[in-house]
Design a protein around this ligand. Structure first.
Ligand code: NAD
Ligand code: TYD
Length: 338
């Protein structure tokens, strides 16, 4: 049986990845290390109680001793753990630098000591900054525009340096915006879906014309699995992951309102995000040509399944929105003048 250490596996993409991998492979064990910050939710993993192939460990990726112990006996590491919300990084960046950079450093050190066979660093397309006229390719300069993006860039390049310096078998992925089940309701889609269900306003930053490429989370998980199993000749490489489906915030908002049969009057244009990136989009030719991966889910299907998941799992998001102190504090502070 192969064993992988998944960090941040109680968050949005991590949770989806754990389910994806356990369903696909019978002979796989996952050690899931998560600090359970405001964004981590152990309830996501309830159906795995009693599942011997999944071991949950509550802990910090910055805890070198703990990480060292867990990495021993693992074949690979997939590092999802991070502070991830751009808006929170604008209010306060310290935790981003601590977890995203220092935490990745700690994992890389442990991986080096243990002689791990594959280290997948989950980076992001945010490292490129604004895509401008052309989708960002893997060789484009890195121009992160938020403290979140800059912290992820630090981790991305630190991981690369462990390949060039110590020959650690690192591969770095840079994916576009994900949508799907289990996303914390401070991010665009779950925030707007759950607000719309409750007939609350949808705060569109600035014009709402900013675009992102949106990929269904399951397709992202499939791409990470592909990278995890890629030939050693790809060590040290970067792979963009995306769906090549660009939509503006206003288009996403209209889809949500139409699906839920709610009026456009719920849209409220508010003060723009500082440093707001106009366009995130990536080229995906490299991963298609080198590893044979491409995204499969259509945008309508991905959006429909996502909105429906929030309709079917009200207690999941209501517990956060109505009871979690951290959520309420952030919303009050960040949206107070919006
Ligand atoms: P998320 O915020 O939903 O989950 C992050 C998880 O990491 C949480 O479970 C949290 O408890 C855990 N965590 C935070 N700090 C930790 C620490 N110090 N030690 C251990 N665990 C810790 O994030 P997500 O959207 O699932 O993103 C996962 C990864 O994917 C991140 O690295 C992010 O940068 C990257 N990414 C996300 C997207 C996206 O659209 N969501 C796109 C591209 C890349
Ligand atoms: P978000 O989900 O935070 O992802 P990211 O900033 O990492 O792309 O935001 C997606 C887009 O939605 C981004 O252009 C900012 C915009 N947005 C709003 O207009 N209003 C909101 O309340 C939020 C959370 C996001």
């Amino acid at each position: 049986m192969k064993t992988i250490l998944v960090t941040g596996g109680a968050g949005f993409i991590g949770t989806n990845f754990v389910y994806f991998m356990l369903k696909k492979y019978d002979d796989l064990k996952i050690i899931n290390l998560d600090k359970l910050t405001y964004a981590g939710n152990l309830e996501n993993l309830d159906p795995l109680k009693g599942e011997k192939r999944h071991e949950f460990v509550k802990g910090d990726i910055c805890d070198r001793e703990l990480v060292g112990k867990l990495v021993k006996g693992c074949d690979a590491i997939v590092n999802f753990a991070a502070e991830t919300h751009v808006d929170r990084s604008i209010l306060s960046a310290g935790e981003f630098i601590q977890t995203d950079v220092q935490g990745t450093f700690c994992l890389l050190e442990a991986a080096r000591e243990a002689g791990i066979r594959r280290f997948v660093q989950i980076s992001t397309d945010e490292v490129y900054g604004d895509a401008g006229d052309n989708p960002s390719s893997e060789t484009d300069p890195l121009m992160p525009r938020s403290p979140y993006a800059a912290s992820k860039t630090g981790a991305d390049r630190l991981a690369f340096s462990y390949f060039t310096t110590y020959d650690l078998p690192v591969i770095i992925t840079r994916c576009t915006n994900n949508l799907g089940p289990f996303q914390y309701p401070e991010k665009l889609i779950p925030l707007f879906v759950t607000n719309a269900i409750d007939d609350k306003q949808l705060p569109v930053y600035g014009s709402g014309k900013n675009t992102r490429d949106w990929i269904f989370v399951e397709d992202h998980c499939d791409a990470i699995d592909t990278v995890l199993h890629a030939d050693d000749k790809h060590n040290g490489e970067v792979f963009n992951i995306g769906a090549n489906k660009e939509f503006s915030v206003l288009e996403i908002t209209s889809f949500i309102l139409d699906y839920l049969k709610k009026p456009q009057s719920l849209i409220k244009h508010v003060e723009d995000r500082l440093g707001h990136v106009k366009r995130h989009a990536v080229t995906t030719g490299k991963i298609k040509d080198a590893l044979g991966w491409k995204s499969k889910t259509s945008f309508d299907d991905a959006m429909g399944r996502t909105v429906q998941w929030y309709l079917d799992n009200e207690s999941w998001w209501r517990r956060i929105k109505e009871k979690q102190e951290d959520y309420q504090k952030f919303m009050k502070e960040y949206y107070k003048n919006r």
